[in-house]
Design a protein. Structure first.
Length: 173
């Protein structure tokens, strides 16, 4: 039980030292990772079934004329591409927002430092250190959170492109 209590105390002190912006970084990171996990689940479990349905539809419509067949093929590939790329732009956007939130934490932390300097002068280093930590912790947290999703966002985009190409290859005359 003390391990959990120590971990909770360490997290609480980290969030207190970093300021309120850390809560926004935490919320955006949680949202980003929720979408990343959803996409991983989609490609592992849902996409194969979706591709089978698309192939079944394609084989049912093989008797169409050349123009109609090309139009249906384009539509089916477009639907597969839309499903495969869903939420990828949102993941990238959340990744781009995280460093900006870290920068916001830097600015608010420096405002705390300047407030301390205005009231007490430059002689109280202990009070200024609280503002400096409130300035650096969110910056580090925003960058680390964004980097944590960078690899998987790139992987998911490559995987989506591969799956779309796979669908194009399977939907042949």
């Amino acid at each position: 039980m003390t391990i959990f209590a120590d971990a909770f105390a360490a997290l609480r002190s980290f969030f207190e030292a970093g300021g309120d912006v850390l809560w926004a970084i935490f919320a955006v990171t949680t949202l980003m990772w929720t979408f990343i996990i959803e996409r991983l689940w989609f490609f592992a479990r849902v996409f194969p079934q979706r591709l089978e349905e698309t192939l079944r539809t394609w084989h049912e419509l093989r008797g169409l004329s050349g123009w109609e067949q090309r139009s249906v093929r384009r539509q089916l590939i477009s639907e597969v591409a839309q499903d495969a790329r869903r939420f990828l732009l949102l993941i990238k956007t959340l990744m781009a927002v995280l460093p900006l939130l870290g920068l916001l934490g830097t600015v608010t932390g420096m405002i705390q430092v300047f407030d301390v300097m205005a009231f007490t002068g430059t002689g109280n280093a202990r009070l200024m250190a609280g503002g400096v930590s409130a300035a650096t912790i969110p910056t580090m947290s925003g960058l680390v959170a964004a980097l944590s999703g960078l690899y998987l966002a790139t992987h998911l985009e490559q995987r989506a492109n591969h799956k779309i190409k796979q669908a194009e290859d399977l939907l042949v005359r």
